[in-house]
Design a binder for this molecule. Sequence first.
Ligand SMILES: NC(=O)c1ccc[n+]([C@@H]2O[C@H](COP(=O)([O-])OP(=O)(O)OC[C@H]3O[C@@H](n4cnc5c(N)ncnc54)[C@H](OP(=O)(O)O)[C@@H]3O)[C@@H](O)[C@H]2O)c1
Length: 233
Amino acid sequence: MRIGILGTGAMAAALGGAWVRAGHEVLVGGRDPEAAKRLAVAIGASGGDGLGGAASFGEAVLVAVPAGAAVPVVAPLAGDLAGRTLLDCTVPMAPGAAGPGLTTEGTADSVAARLAVAAPTARVAKVFGICHESIWTLPRPAFEGGAPLGVPYCVDDPVAGALVADLVTSMDCVPVHCGGLDRAGLLEATAVFAIGVWWSGGEARHVFPSPALAPGAMDDQAATRPGPAPDRT
Ligand SMILES: NC(=O)c1ccc[n+]([C@@H]2O[C@H](COP(=O)([O-])OP(=O)(O)OC[C@H]3O[C@@H](n4cnc5c(N)ncnc54)[C@H](OP(=O)(O)O)[C@@H]3O)[C@@H](O)[C@H]2O)c1
């Protein structure tokens, strides 16, 4: 798969490196083409391009800039992004006295939804924003017992959904479809919540144990869950 990256920071390096290792063709683009070239050399990608070069490179384009810069960066590239899958990993985190909050709080729209408005012919997916960048530097992200990392994503477009699932699978991880872009704000909030847990000394992965660990609990849940089981493909 050909993947362009907008940004030259920590997430660009970590995800770009993981994609190169997985055999994808990656091109790094940044507002500083020299920084893009340096990162490309470091991770074995091509680079030295401006943002436009990365936006028009492949079938997927990662937005790896601060959440507040995402729309200003993407809007001028909307024409280049037509038909491509826009991978939005941004986390709109705001400092707060009681722990981190959302910069989008009090508004209806997630960053992903705003990107879909800014680039209406791109296929926007919210993905890769939950884990710390360091996780993507592992040869094979896995938990205790060897279970592969689940990667949640929200997307409306079926072509983008299939691309994200393929990309995540190529990284030896498990794609977890969590619904359409109208649920992307939940992923953004979950990332901020997890960061708050870590900052308070907790361990986020221990906050979400599977009910399957309690014998019989899944049967009870299935009996009481309203409506059909959610689509997990
Ligand atoms: N780090 C993590 O563990 C992590 C995990 C999940 C999600 N995320 C999300 O991933 C995104 C990137 O995070 P990061 O840690 O990679 O950040 P970072 O290391 O600070 O890198 C940010 C990149 O964005 C570029 N940038 C900033 N403002 C820009 C603008 N106005 N126009 C063009 N480029 C701009 C920077 O360019 P310059 O170098 O020229 O300033 C830099 O290349 C953020 O939205 C963050 O919330 C991060």
